[in-house]
Every structure is written in structure tokens, then in C-alpha cells.
Design a binder for this molecule. Structure first.
Ligand SMILES: [Zn+2]
Length: 444
């Protein structure tokens, strides 16, 4: 029996974590669920829709009531008044987490000065909300990192990787690597990959000589490492779930994109390590844990990270499988939001990506590499990746990404918005952060 089935039974019985709000206090809770598809551009979404449901099909994401378009630019490090039209995940996550634009590779710090930018998670936590971060990547990867850490270079994951940002290292009196800072910020729920980084020793400061995992335990975290443990972990203390040494194994796989083109293919389910939960069980556990206790509500960011990583690798099946996982997570989040009317649900990509759905009939040869998938409709869909001469180094694109939302304040994300507007709408819902900045502000 799956966790979801147990929940469904519990809901039917009028009890359990998804029960309808029974009291005024529950109904008054304010929650924000931000679901980020890393690299979820309109093309990634269309690939999944065509392949899985057909061109006229509708994903759960498509059915959310408010649909907008979100610009995604970064700014230049040396002159933050100048735009950088193609963002990476750390800059775009900073915009969503802080309402401020920064330069690529920065994590919630200001260009030029390294000054920390306050995040919605930190502000929510200070206001008494419960908080959570979930990712199918390493927990120190750019998107989760930007909500609970401040560093000038996104790859400063752990104590062994601090050579690139020495002023942030504990050895020089800094706040430490991303995983160290994350434990210090102490969100109630941290679920994802990156166990190898948490096993490292902290070189200086209060926890000198201890591993990051030791520091987490000292901060009160209960640590779980398998999907089975996650399904039964109880609220009462913060939960750190580490289910992979680095990133998760993507759910689907297929033949690599190639030149010359290969034969049309159907994607197949990948061999997933038994300990690794999917995005859906992680989201279910996070919602259960965050909603379990009294208080004003919660802020949760959950990321389907492998859409981006498989797009970099020109792997259409890997991208589509992770997009379908995200879509299933959207169904779970929507059900929760409908039973908890104070909940604002936002689903958005952090940047567009390399793939293009191409017509190959008239091209003598398509540039780059291609892969042709047989869709559920029995039609052929050819995906081209041509943003790099190296198959496995495909690049982001600067196009806007779709944004979908439901719940109180969702209508503010109608039309053309920016990632910084997502911060403002979430902050307004939770009543945190500086009020009064107009939507669509230019660079800071
Ligand atoms: Zn990327």
C-alpha cells in the first residue's frame, strides 16, 4: 500500500494529514508551496505533454487556474545595472528567494559586495512559520541553496569545496559552506541528495572536527536515509533526509541523442536505488511534517531538479520522466491546497533550456544532436539539442518560462511577470519581508 493510498483512506475517513480544515485556526493557516521545475521551459513541458498524453492532452500543471509567463534574466557581476539575458539556476533561485537580481553563480548574495540577501525561508522562519526544502538533486545544489545559504560561488557545497570562496570558509571566520549554512538556518524539513557532502568534517568553529551530519544531529535533526524511513518519520523534531550521495537517479532513461539520428524510441523506466524516494513521496512527507504542528503555516520549496541536468546531457527521456514526476507532485500539492484554503501553490521553471521540437522533413541535416521519440499517439517527435558542440554540455536559453498558480494571491502571477515578483507574491501571502516594492522593478 503506497503512502498516497494510506492518505486517501485517511482523507476518506475524515482524519490524517489531508483532512479538511476542522477549526478556524487551521483554516487561517497561511502556506506557500513553491514547486520549481529546474529548466522547465515551454518546450520541456510540451515534450512531456506530447509524449505522455498527446498534443491535445492536459497535464496537472496545465490545469492550474492561473497561468502567466515569467522572465528569467540575471545581472552582470561587474555592473549590476546591466542585464545578463541568460540566467543560471543560482541567480534565478536568488531572484525567487530574495526578490533581488544577482549575477550568475551567486547564491543569495549581492553582486560585487558579497552582502547576504535575506531569503523568504529565513523571513518566514523568523515570523514563526515552519519551513522546508526538497530536491531531487544534491541539497546544496543552486535552487535549494539559494533559500537557506549565502555564498558568492554556487559550487561551494561543502567544507572540501571552499577553495573557490575562501572568505566564506569557517577557517577564515566565514559562515561556512552551503551545507553548513543550511544546518545553521535549520529548516524543519530538508529532503534530497548530497549525503557525501554531509559526511565531511567541519574544519573550524563551534563544530570543529565534527561532520556536518554530526552538527545536524546536535541541532536536533532526525536523519533518515531511505524511502521506507521517510514514509513513517514523525513530526516533533526537524528532519534531514539524505537519499543519494549526490544527485538522484532520474526516473526514465533512453538512447542518447546523436548525430546521425538514431531510430525512433520509447523511453523506459530506469533502475532506481531502493532507498531513493521519488519527488511525490518526498513532497507528501514534507507536507505531512510541516502541517503537523500548530502555528501560522509553512513555506515549502520542492524542486524537480533533473529536468535541467538531463537537458544539459541532451537526454530527452530523462527530462520527460522528471517532468512527469513533477506533474504528479503538482496533483498532490493541489489536493493539499484545496483542503487547506490558505495555501498558495506556485509551479514555475527557473530558466528555459536547450531542447527544440524540430521538423526534420525539410532539413538535409539538423545541426547538433537529435533524438526521435514515439509518442503515446503513435506519432514521431524529434527533439534537437544544438546549443553546444559537446553533446553533454547543452546550455540554458533566455526565453521566459511558464508560471502556474492556485490559491490566495495567485492572480498576481497572471500575465508577464518576473522571478522577483514570485518572491513578492509569496512574501505578501506570508506577511513577511519589506512591503511596497512595485511588481516588475528593474535591476536593484
Ligand atoms: Zn542548468
Amino acid at each position: 500500500v503506497t503512502v498516497l493510498a494510506v492518505w486517501a483512506l485517511a482523507v476518506a475517513a475524515g482524519c490524517g494529514p489531508l483532512r479538511p480544515p476542522a477549526t478556524d485556526a487551521t483554516a487561517a493557516k497561511r502556506n506557500v508551496i513553491l514547486l520549481v521545475g529546474d529548466g522547465l521551459g515551454a518546450t520541456a513541458l510540451t515534450m512531456a505533454r506530447n509524449y505522455h498524453l498527446g498534443a491535445a492532452g492536459r497535464l496537472e500543471i496545465d490545469r492550474l487556474p492561473v497561468t502567466g509567463s515569467c522572465t528569467t534574466w540575471a545581472v552582470e557581476e561587474d555592473d549590476p545595472t546591466r542585464p545578463d539575458y541568460v540566467t543560471d539556476s543560482s541567480s534565478s533561485a536568488t531572484a525567487m528567494a530574495t526578490g533581488r537580481k544577482t549575477s550568475n553563480r551567486r547564491v543569495s548574495t549581492e553582486p560585487g559586495t558579497d552582502a547576504p540577501l535575506a531569503t523568504i525561508l529565513e523571513q518566514a522562519r523568523r515570523a514563526g512559520y515552519r519551513t522546508g526544502l526538497v530536491s531531487t538533486a544534491h541539497l546544496a545544489d543552486a535552487t535549494p541553496a539559494a533559500f537557506a545559504a549565502h555564498v558568492n560561488y554556487r559550487w561551494c557545497f561543502d567544507p572540501a569545496m571552499m577553495a573557490a570562496c575562501p572568505t566564506f570558509a569557517k577557517m577564515s571566520g566565514g559562515p561556512g559552506s552551503i551545507v553548513e549554512q543550511m544546518i545553521d538556518v535549520r529548516p524543519d524539513v530538508l529532503l534530497g541528495g548530497g549525503a557525501a557532502s554531509f559526511a565531511q568534517r567541519i574544519p573550524a568553529g563551534t563544530h570543529a572536527g565534527h561532520t556536518v551530519l554530526d552538527a545536524a544531529a546536535e541541532a536536533g535533526y532526525r536523519v533518515v536515509t531511505t524511502a521506507a524511513e521517510l514514509a513513517v518519520v514523525e513530526a516533533g523534531s526537524p528532519v534531514l533526509g539524505l537519499f543519494a550521495a549526490d544527485n538522484f537517479t532520474p526516473a526514465w532513461e533512453g538512447e542518447a541523442a546523436s548525430f546521425p539520428p538514431g531510430r525512433p524510441q520509447r523511453c523506459r523506466a530506469a533502475q532506481i536505488p531502493e532507498a531513493q524516494p521519488g519527488l511525490v513521496p518526498m513532497l507528501e512527507a514534507a507536507l505531512r511534517l510541516l502541517d503537523a504542528e500548530a502555528g501560522p503555516g509553512f513555506f515549502l520549496m520542492a524542486e524537480a531538479a533533473m529536468i535541467d541536468k538531463q537537458a544539459h546531457a541532451a537526454d530527452a527521456c530523462g527530462q520527460i520522466g522528471e517532468t512527469i514526476e513533477l506533474d504528479r507532485a503538482v496533483a498532490v500539492a493541489r489536493r493539499f491546497a484545496e483542503l487547506h484554503p490558505g495555501t498558495l501553490l506556485i509551479v514555475v521553471g527557473d530558466h528555459d533550456h536547450a531542447p527544440v521540437i524540430v521538423d526534420t522533413r525539410y532539413a538535409v541535416v539538423a545541426p547538433g544532436v537529435t533524438t526521435t521519440l514515439e509518442t503515446v499517439e503513435g506519432a514521431s517527435m524529434t527533439i534537437g539539442y544544438a546549443t553546444s558542440t559537446f553533446t553533454y554540455k547543452q546550455q540554458h536559453s533566455g526565453a521566459p518560462v511558464p508560471v502556474f498558480s492556485l490559491g490566495p494571491d495567485a492572480e498576481a502571477l497572471d500575465g508577464l511577470v518576473d522571478h522577483t515578483d514570485i518572491y513578492r507574491v509569496m512574501a505578501r501571502r506570508l506577511g513577511v519581508g519589506p512591503a511596497g516594492r512595485a511588481a516588475g522593478d528593474g535591476p536593484p
